[in-house]
Write a protein that binds this ligand. Structure first.
Ligand code: ACO
Length: 703
């Protein structure tokens, strides 16, 4: 049966509470009480076989006895009764269940969850939860939960995987001054998931900003698509980011990837702003729910105190928005709103003498100036000024400037009078904080949001040839031989099938063959052991470089085989690879993992033997277009090395980005085959001279 939309769960017109109770303190009692106290305007039907009236409302024995239609049923009966209740709700034509009850998959009873889903599926009934607090909406006067009250009114919406955290955010919304329209508890996500609600909220006129508390996504790619579609800012607080699975990884990439890094990359690709902790979540939510994105890098700070100005300047650099001096015309005008000893550079220091007028005039001018992309106003409490009046003159100046689409944030440092001013500003749509660093941090988030949205709007540039057939042939051969990893030669064949430049490499099974191959490839050559049982060839003494002549080939051949025997006597040795010796270039690593949440994921970083120590790497969920890959190159600490340092010419970044794109095409195309892979090192040459994959490794999925 076709599933209902989630409209009925998000904005129900009539609600049944199955398991409603007349006993104060019980969840079934609290939900009915909350619906009444939140002044829900639709019908409320308490359901309990033992009662005829609960909290003044007529009570029904079953949903089947209710005379009218029911949009949503809040379920507050124990899990073991769920299937019976679901069946009745299905028969009644209830559109969705708000399944508060716990005791399902989260505690080992997946069977009960599956049974409920099967029944609901038959009737098209949608399920929010189970194992949730419920759902709350200010604009619908709806508290269908056992959270104590509706949150402070505002335009943010929260989807939370933790019920307890939802309640904490609900309660703190008042003290933190951050308003929410909706709080939605999502629990086990047995049916309705983050992606579907994000899509719904994107169309909701009462939501300007979507916030998420995520423990783990079930279908990462579905979520990313919904986030990319969103025209509203999304802020995610992600917990549980300790490294997972890294210990068991067989490739460099596997050991460098962790949940935090891959989630971070995925969020960035989908335009999702991350909050570092709960405080940062509130701060950023406040700013993103009230202010537009910052469309350029020019941040201007206006202050009445040098100290807070320096703190904000430091924060600006820390959060990636380093200050620039204001242009001469801006400085000239601002100089007229301060004493002689003030400074109009940036931060603009109006000095401690600054009152309402100077603040108002300088804010009005600066906010409207085209050079300024974002404004941070700082104020330290003085005895000659009134913080609320300063706040009022700032707000008036912004309003009167007639400018829209440009963000502003304020920091007011002082005592209770400043707290009142902060609250006043927030109530008038301007995010305001105590510490200067916070006002700057949120501005960085607004800038990041704008940058991510612009990068999402960039056209996707396709890349490279694909020869899946050839790659599959190589993989099949390895599988047939009972192997789950490809040899270097095989891995390079697969890489080459997707258009990546690899060093010419041939397998020699005898000393004489090694000599012949070395001659045909051309001296000098590199020789490497080929064995599926020896993944780290250098550790096994299995690599000899810069071999110049026939005699050296013969010597190296003997030595490599002898070293391999010592290192792993039982190793299955295929022979020795004779390889073109690529000229020196900048060493980088490309790699992939098959992330449990997001699937094929690319890594790029500075390569060589220190990669796992330096960890200078960055990730993207595949596919990665060439233009997106160019952004990756700029993200690592070693980016200046690629750009050319100490008189060296820039490296061929275009070809590198193109290769990342081809690599990402390969791992997506061979998603069913490749588990992890590395190309390390990849030698990158001067601009226009390309690159070479010198060593390659592919670990196959177990089948
Ligand atoms: N139809 C209607 N009512 C029924 C039915 C039925 N088929 N079967 C039982 N009831 C009634 C019961 O008679 C009872 O009414 P009463 O108070 O008049 O006796 C009422 O439903 C509730 O049933 P109880 O057996 O008393 O269950 P109780 O209220 O103790 O607990 C609950 C039910 C709240 C669903 C519990 O099982 C549960 O799951 N609690 C956890 C909820 C939770 O924490 N959710 C996650 C939130 S996230 C977080 O961590 C905060």
């Amino acid at each position: 049966m076709k599933k209902n939309s989630i409209d009925a769960l998000m904005r129900p017109k009539s609600i049944a509470v199955v398991g409603a109770s007349a006993t104060p303190g019980k969840i079934g009692y609290t939900v009915v009480k909350n619906l009444l106290e939140s002044k829900f305007e639709g019908e409320i039907y308490p359901i309990n076989p033992k009662d005829t009236e609960i909290l003044g409302l007529p009570c029904f024995k079953s949903v089947l006895d209710v005379p009218g239609t029911i949009d949503a049923a809040v379920i507050t009966v124990p899990a073991k009764f769920m299937s019976g209740v679901a069946e009745e709700c299905g028969k009644k034509g209830v559109k969705g269940l708000i399944a508060i009850a716990s005791g399902f998959s989260e505690s080992g009873r997946k069977d009960l969850e599956d049974e409920m889903l099967e029944i609901c599926g038959r009737y098209g009934v949608r399920v929010l939860g189970p194992n949730i607090v419920g759902t709350l909406s200010n604009s619908d006067n709806l508290n269908a939960s056992f959270a104590p009250f509706l949150p402070k009114k505002g335009k943010a919406a929260l989807i939370s995987q933790s019920g307890a955290l939802l309640i904490a955010i609900d309660a703190s919304s008042f003290s933190r001054g951050v308003g929410f329209d909706k709080l939605i508890s999502i629990g086990n996500m047995s049916d309705v998931d983050f992606a579907e609600i994000v899509d719904w909220l994107n169309d909701d006129p009462n939501t300007t900003c979507i916030t998420l508390y995520i423990e783990g996504l079930k279908e990462g790619r579905r979520f990313l698509e919904a986030a990319r579609r969103s025209t509203k800012p999304i802020i995610a607080l992600k917990s549980g980011v300790s490294t997972h699975g890294a210990a068991a990884a067989a490739s460099h990439t596997g050991s460098l990837a962790g949940a935090a890094k891959v989630y971070g990359a995925a969020f960035q690709q989908a335009g999702v702003i991350q909050a570092s902790d709960l405080d940062n979540f509130f701060d950023r939510t406040l700013a993103l729910s009230l202010q537009p994105g910052m469309q350029g890098d020019n941040l201007l700070i206006i202050t009445n105190g040098g100290g807070v100005g320096v703190l904000a300047t430091d924060a600006a650099e820390k959060f990636g928005l380093p200050l620039k001096f204001a242009p001469p015309d801006v400085q000239k005008e601002l100089k007229t709103h301060m004493p002689e000893f003030g400074s109009a550079k940036n931060p603009v220091d109006l000095t401690g003498m600054a009152g309402n007028e100077w603040y108002g005039d300088s804010v009005r001018y600066a906010y409207a100036h085209p050079w300024v992309d974002g404004l941070v106003i700082l104020y330290c409490e003085t005895a000659i000024t009134n913080p609320v009046e300063i706040a009022q003159s700032v707000e008036k100046a912004i309003r009167e400037s007639g400018v829209t689409g440009k963000p502003i944030s304020v920091s007011m440092v002082g005592g209770e009078r400043c707290d009142a001013a902060i609250q006043w500003l927030v109530d008038h749509g301007i995010p305001a904080y105590g510490a200067p660093g916070l006002a700057v941090n949120v501005m960085a988030a607004l800038r990041e949001y704008d940058q991510m949205r612009k990068s999402l709007a960039e056209p996707i540039e396709a890349c490279g040839p694909e020869n899946r057939e050839l790659a599959i042939q190589v993989i099949k051969k390895a599988r047939k031989a009972g192997r789950n990893s490809l040899t270097e030669i095989e891995a390079k064949q697969v890489f080459a099938a997707y258009g990546m430049p690899v060093t010419k490499t041939e397998l020699a099974k005898s000393e004489d063959e090694a000599v012949e191959l070395a001659k045909s490839i051309g001296f000098p050559v590199v020789m490497k052991i080929v064995s599926p049982d020896i993944l780290h060839k250098s550790d096994a003494g299995g690599v000899k470089v810069n071999i110049q002549d026939e005699a050296a080939v013969r010597e190296a051949y003997q030595m490599i085989l002898a070293n391999a025997m010592d290192y792993k006597p039982e190793a299955n040795v295929h022979g020795v690879a004779i390889q073109e010796m690529a000229p020196w270039g900048t060493e980088v690593i490309l790699g992939s993992i098959n992330d449990p949440t997001f699937g094929p994921t690319m890594m790029f970083g500075l390569g060589g033997i220190f990669v796992e120590v330096l960890k200078d790497v960055t990730f993207r969920v595949a596919p990665v277009a060439s233009n997106q890959a160019l952004h990756m190159l700029g993200e690592i600490r070693g980016a200046p090395i690629l750009a050319g340092v100490r008189g060296e010419k820039p490296r061929d970044q275009e070809m590198l980005a193109e290769t990342i794109c081809r690599y990402s095409t390969m791992i997506l195309d061979l998603d069913d085959e490749i588990s992890e892979s590395d190309a390390n090192p990849v030698l990158v040459y001067e601009e226009g001279k390309g690159l070479k994959v010198v060593d390659a490794r592919i670990i196959l999925k177990k089948k």
